[in-house]
Design a protein. Sequence first.
Length: 255
Amino acid sequence: MPNYATYPSLKGKVILITGGATGIGAVMVEAFMRQHAEVLFVDVQEEAAHALCSKLHDELGKAPVFKALDTTHIEELQSFISSIGQSHGRLDVLINNVANDTRHSPLDIDQQGWRDCMAVNLDSTFFACQSAIRLMRDKRNGNIINMSSINVLIGPKQMPGYVAAKSALNGLSKSLANQYGEYGIRVNTILPGWVATDRQLALWLTPEADKEWQKSVALRGSLEPIHVANMALFLAAEDSAMVTGQQFVIDAGRT
C-alpha cells in the first residue's frame, strides 16, 4: 500500500461531497475521513452509501454523515447545504462529483434527455456552488472542487450532452474563481481520464477497451479512483493555498 501524504490542515475541515456513495466519490469520502476531516456526502444510492458508512465506522471508529438526496432536486439540495451552516457552523470544502456519463447518439437524444443530462452534470453543480458560496463568503474562506473530464479535451463519440455539460463546468469554475477570490474562495477543476470504477468496468472498460486505452497513455497501469482523490486532497488543503481557477488533468498522459 503506497504511503500517501497527510495534510494536517484538513483535520476538522467540513467537507461536502456529492455523489459520494460509489466510485471516485466513495474513495474521496474515505480519503478525507482518513485525514480526520468532518465529511458529509449525498447520493441517491442509499444501500451503497450505508455500506460505505458502516465500513468506515468499523475501520475508523467514525462514519461520515450521509444524506439521501437527488442533486437534480435543487431546492432540496440547497436546503441541505444551508443546513450545514447551522449544524457545523461552516462549509470549508464542496466537491461536486455527481455525474452521469450515459452514452447516446446526437441524433437520438430528445429535449427531455438533453435537459436531464444538463440537470445532473451541470445544473446541480452550479446551484450547489451558489449555496456553498453564500456560506463561504460570510466566512471569507472556502474551497470548491468541480469534477470535469478529459472528454472535454478529446471529444469522444456518443457523449455530446456529457461533453457539453463538462465543458460548461470548466468555464463556470473559472468564472467563479475570478469573482469570489476576493472572499478567499478558491475554485478548481479536476479532469480525470478513464478511471477503473465499478461502473466503468461493468459498462465500458472491457479488457479490449483497456488494451486500447493503454496504447494511448504515457504511463501504463490502471488509473484508479485514489489517484483522483489524492489530487482532491491537495486542492482542499492549505498546501494549495494560492491555487485557483485551474484545471488539473489526471489521465496518465492521455491528452
